[in-house]
Design a protein around this ligand. Structure first.
Ligand code: PHE
Length: 459
């Protein structure tokens, strides 16, 4: 009896062992492949993706109207000044945090007490920004179609589409395009798409700016935009410019942390931060040059607010020779800018689901897209709620996320250790000034804006 039964357990154990090993090997190779796919193929690709995330509605929609409303050149001068102080420090901190901890905000913030829970906040913020982004993205798609059909020259076009049920379908199209790119993966989807979209965006913007500044009478707009009038500088100008820097560079403890975690340890981060800040500013400045001089040339007002590019600009195109061609080009450029940012926002949600729930990328992308469609559709038809979410996410939550990221890295991970991590693979090395900036100045500035925004309200 004993002799007959003895080999059985042995057989079973060999069988199950090899089965487990087989499953394990398949699993690790699958995970390894997925991890490998989650890396930028080149620094150029990393840069294109980061610039793609940074350049968005913040540059082409908000920047020109805020500059138009808050003193033109004064706003621009403060913006450029702050960009270097805050932008380079912020970008390098968020990338270093993601790269050294090897993950998105939830994993990265875990270096500090309750960090795992606090890390949920930037993730939710990205989702909220994506939700309102998809609404504006839908208008842009509709305006692009309308510029081909000529409908945008109808005075009431924005009112006809914004917050109307017909914008829902465009909202769904906008999210679907974004989803397809994210689903294809970091390397094959996000990186490749940005490497095509970003150069194209620059070229188109430059063509549009040349057209705008050479219009008869445009010089008054150029003057208003480029000559800082010191009397226009007040606390609001500073506050608006500062919160604009954070939003525009996507500094919110979300996207840039995730994108940084996809960059290999031996690759550059320092020079990339200078390049990203410069490109983002260049786009904002050129976008202002596209919009403001043209508006002046046709005797219109630049202080129109959020409707500047949707109401004032179509009138400008209507009065321009071959204006319809420029309208098509303008709205196409806007599609590129919005899409590349929407991709980065969706990626944060996908990253969180893959990292923490161990979901496959396709499943995570699909679910995130469905949720965004639901919230985007809701905001598409609820104007008051839309405005509330725009202010809440683009001012308050962005600043809170950036603050938490800097504290997690500089105070809990350690500023010296962080600087070593950052300089590894860096084309230029950052000195001790970076630690002082990141540890003290940056959080202090953020706390001041947060308090001022809460006390006096900005937006
Ligand atoms: N930088 C983007 C823009 O300018 C907005 C953004 C903010 C994206 C925060 C990601 C994170 O439109």
């Amino acid at each position: 009896m004993g002799e007959i039964t003895r080999p059985m357990p042995q057989f079973t154990s060999i069988f199950s062992w090899s089965l487990i090993r087989h499953i394990y090997t398949v699993r690790t190779t699958r995970e390894e492949m997925e991890r490998e796919e989650q890396r930028w193929a080149s620094t150029a690709g990393f840069l294109a993706a980061c610039v793609g995330s940074a350049v968005g509605l913040g540059n082409i929609w908000m920047f020109p109207y805020r500059a138009g409303k808050y003193g033109g050149g004064a706003f621009l001068a403060i913006y450029i000044f702050l960009l270097f102080i805050v932008g380079v420090t912020g970008l390098t901190m968020e990338w270093t945090l993601g790269r050294s901890r090897g993950g998105g905000p939830i994993k990265s913030f875990a270096v500090m007490p309750f960090g795992k829970y606090l890390g949920v906040l930037p993730t939710v913020t990205m989702f909220l920004i994506l939700s309102f982004y998809s609404v504006v993205f839908a208008w842009i798609l509709r305006f692009f179609v309308g510029s081909i059909s000529g409908e945008i020259f109808r005075e009431s076009f924005l009112n006809d589409i914004a917050f109307q049920p017909q914008s829902l379908i465009f909202c769904i199209i906008a999210i679907s395009i974004t989803t397809l790119i994210v689903m294809a993966g970091v390397k094959r989807g996000i990186e490749r798409a940005n490497l095509v979209m970003m150069p194209l965006l620059f070229v188109l913007l430059i063509i549009l700016a040349i057209k705008s500044v050479t219009l008869p009478g445009a010089y008054r707009g150029v003057e208003f935009y480029l000559m800082p009038d010191l009397s226009e500088m007040n606390a609001t100008t500073w506050l608006m410019a500062l919160s604009q820097v954070f939003f525009s560079l996507s500094l919110a403890g979300g996207t840039m942390v995730v994108y940084g975690s996809y960059q290999s340890k031996n690759r550059d981060l320092t020079l990339s931060s200078v390049a990203t800040s410069l490109s983002d500013t260049a786009v904002a400045i050129i976008a202002g040059l596209v919009v403001i001089p043209a508006v002046f040339a046709f005797g219109m007002e630049p202080g129109e607010g959020p409707e500047l590019i949707f109401v004032t600009l179509p009138k400008v195109f209507a009065s321009m020779r071959f204006g319809w061609i420029f309208a098509i080009l303008f709205f196409f450029t806007l599609i590129l800018a919005t899409l590349s940012t929407a991709i980065s926002l969706l990626e944060v949600c996908v990253n969180a689901l893959c990292e923490h729930l161990k979901w496959r990328r396709k499943k995570a992308t699909f679910l995130s897209a469905l949720l965004t469609m639901a919230s985007g559709s809701f905001l598409s038809v609820n104007e008051n709620f839309f405005e509330f979410i725009v202010d809440l996410s683009s001012i308050y939550l962005v600043i809170l996320g950036a603050l938490m990221a800097s504290i997690a890295l500089m105070w809990f991970y350690g500023s010296k250790r962080a600087r070593d991590e950052l300089n590894r693979g860096g084309r230029i090395k950052f000195g001790r000034w970076w630690e002082v900036m990141g540890k003290y100045v940056y959080p202090a500035v953020l706390i001041v804006i947060l308090l001022a925004a809460a006390l006096f309200g900005i937006g």
